[in-house]
Write a protein that binds this ligand. Structure first.
Ligand code: ADP
Ligand code: MG
Length: 255
């Protein structure tokens, strides 16, 4: 398992957003996280990315505990994310947005900039080349010089993914990445996520579009009131009565 949640809990005041969440995410898999609004999905992603430390339990990345590390340390370990509410630099071009994200990665891209070494120029060229690779992977290279604020909704979602790719992640966290997209865009994103997974990136994805989740994910975890209902293959999850109750509501009457 690349990522292991062990009895993860987190409260906000009196609200138990997560309680005893336990499951694993296999390396190279696409793992879906579903559940009704308020079931704790985003909080769980915030726990992984270090924005919201758990108040109980352990979180392991590649066997190493990460639940006490801050967001930058966790990003440095190869965990990248996108947000339910898109966060971009609206006044910058797509290329600039990705280059800005490279700074977070630290290491070779960051150092020359800070020290203004002789090699900086070469490194800048490489940054641009790497940023273009990220834009290409996310399918938004054609808009590299466009201002982020002028992009369509689907394009902004792609740019967020390009930015995440700049971290060279081994784990990519996607919070509702196709929300508000049209069918054709959704199909394109599906292809994109599959190709990212084939390239070895593990994906943990929150999404409400059930057909999409069922087609795309190798495994799915269902949250309800901050607890794990089931983790299993899409077929298992679809047949689970607890999921039908939790996700679709206990009573469904024809009408
Ligand atoms: P989901 O993403 O599944 O819709 P969330 O993780 O956003 O659910 O929220 C789970 C619960 O935790 C909700 O009751 C929500 O109101 C609460 N919650 C989440 N973040 C905070 C916060 N920063 N402060 C207070 N309550 C929060
Ligand atoms: Mg959410």
């Amino acid at each position: 398992m690349l990522l292991e949640f062990e009895q993860i809990s987190r409260s906000f005041g009196g609200v138990k957003a997560l309680s005893g969440v336990t499951f694993g995410v296999g390396e190279g898999t696409i793992h879906g996280l579903i559940g009704p609004n308020g079931s704790g999905k985003t909080t769980l992603m915030n726990v992984v990315s270090g924005l919201c430390p758990p108040d109980g339990g352990r979180l392991l990345l590649g066997g190493r505990p990460i639940h006490r590390l801050g967001p930058h340390r966790i990003a440095g370990l190869g965990v990248a994310r996108t947000f339910q509410n898109i966060r971009l630099f609206a006044g910058m071009t797509c290329m600039e947005n990705v280059i800005a994200a490279q700074h977070l990665r630290g290491g070779r891209a960051l150092l020359p900039r800070l020290l203004r070494l002789r090699g900086a120029k070469i490194s800048e060229t490489r940054s641009v080349a790497e940023a273009l690779t990220c834009l290409t992977k996310a399918g938004i290279a054609a808009r590299k010089s466009a201002i982020a604020g002028a992009l369509s909704y689907g394009e902004r979602r792609r740019l967020e993914i390009a930015r995440a790719m700049a971290l060279e992640p081994r784990l990519l966290l996607l919070d509702e990445p196709i929300a508000g997209m049209r069918l054709r865009e959704i199909e394109e994103m599906e292809g994109l996520f599959r190709s990212l997974a084939r390239s070895g990136i593990t994906i943990l994805l929150i999404e409400h579009n059930m057909p999409f989740v069922m087609r795309l994910c190798h495994r799915i975890t269902v949250l309800h009131f901050g607890q794990t209902v089931i983790t299993g293959a899409p077929e298992e999850v679809a047949e689970h009565q607890g999921v039908i109750d939790a996700y679709l509501g206990p009573k469904r009457t024809e009408g």
